[in-house]
Ligand binder design. Sequence first.
Ligand code: BTN
Length: 327
Amino acid sequence: MDITTLDYIIKRLIQGSWVSGEEIAKELDISRTWVWNQINQLKVYGFEIRSSAKKGYKLISTPDVLFPSLIKSYLHTQYMGQHIYFFENLSSTQDKAKELAQKGAEQGSCVLCEFQDKGRGRRKRSWIHVPYKSIAISIILRPDVVPSQIMQIPIVIGVALCEAIRDHTSLSVELKWPNDLLVNGKKLAGILVEMAGDSEKTHYIIAGIGINVNLTEGDIPDDLKDIATSIFIETKKNIHRPKLIGCILNYIEKWYNTYLKKGFLPVRDKWLKYNCVIGKEIDVHLSDMTISAKAMDLDNLGNLIVLDKDKNTKTLMYGDISIRTKN
Ligand code: BTN
């Protein structure tokens, strides 16, 4: 599939008015037959395109495919998502984004794929990705932060993602420290932040986001049914993923800019508004043990402050927590 040509044609069609095959052919230096061919290819992908011998082609509706031009048509950003790399198959969008970051890809560049067979979650867990129904996206960030601030990044991304999904779906999405988005207590999305740097400086950060979008009950493995959900399961509505991705990138740029210009405090305030953890009795799962505690606050570095059962205050910089249900 020639993504570049298709991408260009989508971009022209999205502008809204009729565009002639001759015009596109000239602009791309290809034949009119090849343009016609590509238009037919777009129709196979589900683009509804009207043809007229006199006027050319006009876009009527767009399908749920992750073409960069289609996603970009929903962006209002300066740099977030301005370079989108889409691949049909990848082992993990994180690895491809790292490769691109090492080659100098700009801040805000994104990697997306439809099939991801080695998607990873936090703490070496695998991440279930359902082609054509999930969103897997990795974003390259180059903030001027020291490694001790790294826990702030998933909080920034979490706040942006939470607002974007609330705005787009009106679901009451909540944030669970450190990186989960929940609806009705079940996980809807997760964030994996990986960084390259040394003790003094962060070279780049890859913020990976996995979202369960149009998954049905049958797509969720049996052992996850009690803890995972999707936007479709919660709303019974199919979501147009390119539009949602556009909305997410708009919110990420908004919150990332706020963080860079005003610091972490405004982000922390928003996180406190949407979180479902503070004030709750929790279990903290560390690498070698689980402790019971009460979640008290989020500090200025994005760490969770808890009170253990002996009333000692502890600062959690990493780990997993689960909210204890009363029984
Ligand atoms: C978690 O909740 O444990 C984090 C899940 C992060 C999954 C995303 S999908 C896009 C990106 N690519 C990956 O391999 N992982 C992240």
